[in-house]
Design a protein around this ligand. Structure first.
Ligand code: NAG
Ligand code: NAG
Ligand code: NAG
Ligand code: NAG
Ligand code: NAG
Ligand code: NAG
Ligand code: NAG
Ligand code: NAG
Ligand code: NAG
Ligand code: NAG
Length: 396
């Protein structure tokens, strides 16, 4: 408690808390990402066809640690319309570090190019499988439109516009071993096409896409009207349930990880793309998550290019740049040049909190540190880097 007050006073005294106007940026950089924590994976799902007997059981805690954790685990890539995907690429690196040109280069491990219909190490899935009253529809192969199911893996067609509320996802072509909490992909829903997402602690996802304004009229039947998004999930989430009624039917609520790269949050700010961590790195409200205090403008006319870098030093950077390239290998200096070409005043930098224990307490009062920080500004997690080193240790 006292260390929290000290930290809060230090912030107040230096006046470094971001309180200015929320505005647009081309680059949203977070540092100090990753912590030691745990989540509870699903161990078993039963009676999914009967709402009164449907049940999900969770296993003992799975622990994670290190830079970018828990997003250092395998991630699936998710898309919501209105959106057209022109290119997608996934890269791995042994040890890339932002701003270090002596660090390691990137190798492209998965690629989709709509116009040439190139599809390497990508499997297009969506939530159009078997329906369940308690955990929603299961994963299935997506058809060439992305919007209906297919009986086998199908490449998304060149003209692949999806409209408001429609969603699909990309996994790798690596098949999961047998379902089971101790197996490679964890426990997953029976009957689904089960593939690994994209792994490696140090990873980069690049996209070329359009997010045009929705042309249909708004109606209450359209969920997410004109709210496009591209986001990443711990791939265990969609393999059990992306939108469960019971929190135990996926590892999301216990904090296995989501990162929103470009997401419209509401109809009021429909041309603002926010980046958000849904991890427990210093927060209790996972639903709100750790959101960037600034956004990337949505270009509703042109083609957008950019993506996200997860480096080997806890830096996670969402960016847009028309200089983005999708080469098979990208040197450290090429990626650093791309990021560095974005002007300083177009770059928002924030540091996540350092925490040594993360178990979210079940009572709000127990960790009054969080409440104290929330009550005052709502954004105490964010500090413009360079003004103040912010290191805090919570022991809950
Ligand atoms: C669901 O399970 C309950 C309790 O076993 C049973 O009474 C009911 O008939 C089942 N409903 C359906 C639709 O199978
Ligand atoms: C840059 O990366 C290289 C290779 O990993 C490392 O030896 C060096 O210390 C790093 N430089 C800085 C400034 O961190
Ligand atoms: C299933 O039960 C939950 C409450 O446990 C309820 O909110 C939901 O509407 C039910 N779904 C169906 C399809 O009956
Ligand atoms: C496909 O991506 C997966 C997931 O990260 C990776 O493990 C695998 O090596 C990739 N396959 C190829 C052929 O690059
Ligand atoms: C669309 O309608 C919903 C209510 O049905 C509303 O919440 C939302 O803000 C509307 N979106 C726009 C862009 O007007
Ligand atoms: C989730 O599982 C935990 C541990 O088994 C249990 O204590 C809790 O009641 C379950 N929650 C729900 C909503 O079923
Ligand atoms: C829309 O989302 C932004 C970003 O989360 C938030 O600041 C704003 O208050 C939201 N507006 C409404 C009307 O909910
Ligand atoms: C990128 O190119 C598009 C045209 O496709 C243009 O509308 C946009 O302004 C450019 N973005 C930047 C940051 O220069
Ligand atoms: C890395 O190399 C690129 C391309 O030469 C250059 O633009 C950038 O300034 C370099 N970055 C550092 C930190 O040296
Ligand atoms: C950033 O700086 C450039 C040139 O220094 C200026 O033209 C531009 O308006 C600035 N952008 C913002 C958002 O302040």
């Amino acid at each position: 408690m006292s260390s929290l007050i000290t930290a809060a006073m230090a912030l107040a005294l230096t006046g470094s808390i971001v309180k200015g106007e929320v505005r647009g940026f081309e680059q949203i950089a977070f540092s100090n990402v990753g912590f030691t924590g745990s989540y509870t994976p699903v161990k078993k799902m039963s009676h999914l066809d009967n709402n009164s007997t449907c049940k999900c059981e969770v296993a003992e805690k799975t622990w994670f640690e290190g830079y970018d954790a828990p997003l250092s685990e395998h991630l699936s890539v998710h898309f919501r319309g209105p959106l057209t995907l022109e290119k997608f690429a996934f890269y791995q690196s042994d040890n890339f570090v932002v701003n270090n040109n002596s660090s390691d280069s990137w190798t492209r491990m998965a690629y989709y190019d709509a116009s040439s219909q190139t599809a390497t190490n990508v499997t297009f899935l969506n939530n159009e499988g078997e329906d369940s009253p308690c955990v929603g529809k299961a994963l299935s192969y997506a058809n060439e439109d992305g919007t209906a199911s297919a009986s086998s893996a199908t490449v998304l067609k060149a003209d692949n516009y999806i409209s408001s509320g429609e969603e699909y996802s990309i996994f790798s072509t690596d098949k999961c071993p047998k379902s089971g909490v101790n197996n490679g992909c964890g426990y997953y829903r029976s009957g689904i096409p089960a593939y690994y997402g994209f792994g490696g602690q140090v990873k980069m996802f690049l996209f070329e896409f359009k997010m045009p304004t929705e042309t249909q009229a708004n109606s209450s039947s359209i969920e997410y009207y004109d709210m496009p998004a591209i986001w990443l999930l711990n791939d265990k989430i969609p393999r059990t349930s992306q939108y469960p009624l019971n929190a135990n039917c996926s590892c999301w609520a216990s904090g296995c990880g989501e990162y929103d790269i470009f997401e419209v949050m509401n109809g009021t700010e429909r041309n603002h793309l926010y980046s958000t961590f849904h991890t427990y790195q210093g927060i209790e409200d996972l639903g709100t998550g750790i959101q960037s205090y600034g956004y990337i403008p949505r270009d509703t006319e042109g083609t957008m290019m950019g993506g996200v870098v997860f480096d080997a030093d806890g830096n996670v950077v969402s960016f847009v740049s028309n200089s983005t390239t999708f080469d098979e290998t990208l040197s450290a200096s090429a990626v650093n040049a791309l990021l560095a070409s974005i002007p300083k005043n177009e770059t928002l930098s924030s540091a996540l909190k350092s925490i040594s224990a993360t178990a979210p307490s079940s009572t709000k009062h127990k960790s009054s540190g969080f409440s104290l920080m929330n009550a005052q500004t709502g954004i105490w997690y964010y500090i413009v880097s360079g003004l103040l080193a912010f290191t805090q240790v919570f022991v809950i």
